[in-house]
Design a protein around this ligand. Structure first.
Ligand code: PRP
Ligand code: MN
Ligand code: MG
Length: 182
């Protein structure tokens, strides 16, 4: 197993736990979308790791596309205002779309994105997320495929960053307070 990064207090989800859970979700997705034309939409940059791992566990043929959105103003809190920084290359009209995310925090990014893609005429829009902060949710997001519910801590790793750091850790851990309060 990977060594715990010195800036972390605790590992919440180990690499093995995450991969095992994603394998279960991939089985469900395989079943649910068999015979359908599925487009995976990853939300840059946090979703890069879960997209790569989940997509490679699927056995049905899929295509991938990416969006970059910004739901944060200058502050650290979600503003609810979502801006498209990079749009899809793909026309989603008539296609089954599965949005792939690393984490649902307030839920504002995903609730906006799901509605946005639905309004483009997608045949269906569903959500897969590696993590969800249950207590932080400001809006209810209907997650079809969820990895783990986690407590409301500042977490990093497996795509999640603090100031662009720690995304490449293969596990999810709680960032030590001293790191972001200094
Ligand atoms: C993070 C995370 C989700 C979003 C969740 O992305 O990756 O996309 O915030 O927050 P919400 O549920 O409160 O909307 P961020 O905006 O930090 O960009 P990043 O993926 O590039 O890190
Ligand atoms: Mn993100
Ligand atoms: Mg971020």
């Amino acid at each position: 197993a990977a060594e715990q990064h010195p800036d972390l207090d605790e590992i919440l989800i180990t690499e093995a736990q995450m991969q095992e859970r994603l394998a279960e979700l991939a089985k469900e997705i395989d079943r649910d979308y068999e015979g359908k034309d599925l487009l995976l939409v990853g939300v840059l940059k946090g979703a890069v790791m879960v997209m790569a791992d989940l997509a490679r566990k699927l056995t049905i043929p899929v295509t991938m596309d990416w969006m970059a959105v910004s739901s944060y103003g200058s502050g650290t809190k979600s503003s609810g205002v979502v801006r498209i920084l990079k749009d899809l290359d793909t026309d989603v009209a008539g296609r089954h779309v599965l949005i792939v995310e690393d984490i649902i925090d307030s839920g504002l990014t995903l609730s906006w994105l799901a509605r946005n893609l639905q309004s483009r005429g997608a045949a269906s829009v569903a959500i897969a997320s590696a993590l969800r902060k249950k207590e932080a949710a400001k809006v209810d997001v209907d997650v079809r495929y969820l990895g783990f519910d986690i407590p409301n801590h500042f977490v990093v790793g497996y795509g999640l960053d603090y100031a662009e750091q720690y995304r490449t850790l293969p596990y999810v851990g709680i960032l030590a307070k001293r790191v972001y309060e200094r």
